[in-house]
Design a protein around this ligand. Structure first.
Ligand SMILES: Nc1ncnc2c1ncn2[C@@H]1O[C@H](COP(=O)(O)OP(=O)(O)OP(=O)(O)O)[C@@H](O)[C@H]1O
Ligand SMILES: [Mg+2]
Length: 275
């Protein structure tokens, strides 16, 4: 039986083909990757496409100011300022927002987040909506063990509001692999961005690791980010271990951090047995 699923195009050239045309409506998708791999730019495209399609759009920014997101979008030809003025977009600023700014978040708690997001949704009105939280990691910076619980809470509460959501999680190899795990566990899909220096040049890639109800492409694709254009998916790339291999000292530190995280979650020795 052929089941028709409504899908939201991401607006990233070449990406929607990897996921049968777009992200299923209502999905909560984790967007994960190291710094500078293109996560925020991917999210900006997703919102710009929402504006184009007449969706209600909310972008929560914790790492950059609202102005920074607006400027970045403008570099690719998207007028976010106008969309805000026209009541099509709310950017919730959790970094710089002043006390008199109604769309700012003063507390980095999941409760404050969902409350503000629902307020923004009510302001924008009924109908299909797109939500970006960039990033979720900011909400559990000092308590990584809460990542999964917080992610689940956010999904459970916001589920009823007709959002299709991108939840960004950062990975920093030097701190811990664990930063994104919470989001990934509760997500309906996982889009992972990667980077590697190949022959002395930085290259960026994307791979769809999970997309429920979708026959998604299983290959890693190279991407490019161009001024005036934005992100584009290029060709599939063969996975070469040497492009991604980390020095042993870094791997050891990552494993150590992961072990600490699991002990924190599971308590005592139990964490070690499943590593
Ligand atoms: N106008 C532009 N033209 C070309 N490349 C750009 C432009 N603006 C940004 N970039 C590239 O995109 C990168 C930033 O991408 P992005 O902000 O999406 O990363 P990120 O994965 O969100 O990182 P972080 O985790 O640090 O927030 C820059 O480092 C730069 O290489
Ligand atoms: Mg970012």
């Amino acid at each position: 039986m052929k089941v028709r699923i409504e899908r939201l195009p991401t607006g990233v050239e070449g990406f929607d083909e990897l996921i049968q045309g777009g992200i299923p409506r209502g999905f909560f998708v984790a967007v994960v990757g190291e710094p500078g791999t293109g996560k925020s730019i991917f999210c900006i495209h997703f919102i710009a496409e929402g504006i184009r399609e007449g969706d209600k759009n909310i972008y929560v920014t914790t790492e950059e100011s609202r102005e920074s997101i607006i400027r970045q979008a403008a570099q690719f030809g998207f007028d976010f300022e106008r969309a805000i003025d026209e009541g099509k977009l709310v950017i919730i600023d959790a970094l710089m927002g002043g006390r008199d700014d109604p769309w700012s978040l003063h507390e980095l708690t999941p409760e404050a987040l969902v409350e503000k997001v629902i307020e923004a949704k009510k302001y924008l009105g009924r109908g299909r909506a797109r939500l970006v939280v960039d990033s979720m990691s900011a909400f559990w910076l000092d308590k990584p063990a809460m990542a999964r619980k917080y992610s689940y809470y956010v999904k459970r509460v916001l589920y009823r509001w007709d959002f299709t959501a991108l939840l960004v999680a950062q990975y920093a190899v030097t701190t811990s692999l664990g930063f994104g795990f919470g989001v990934e566990h509760v997500a309906d899909g996982i889009i992972r961005f990667r980077k590697a220096v190949v022959g002395g040049t930085l290259r960026r890639y994307v791979i769809v690791e999970k997309m429920r109800q979708t026959q998604h492409d299983l290959r890693m694709h190279e991407i490019e980010i161009l001024d005036g254009v934005g992100m584009r998916v290029k060709r599939p790339t063969p996975y070469r271990k040497e492009d991604f291999a980390l020095p042993k000292s870094v791997v050891d530190r990552i494993l150590e951090a992961e072990l600490r995280r699991r002990r924190e979650i599971l308590g005592g020795e139990e964490g070690e047995t499943i590593l």
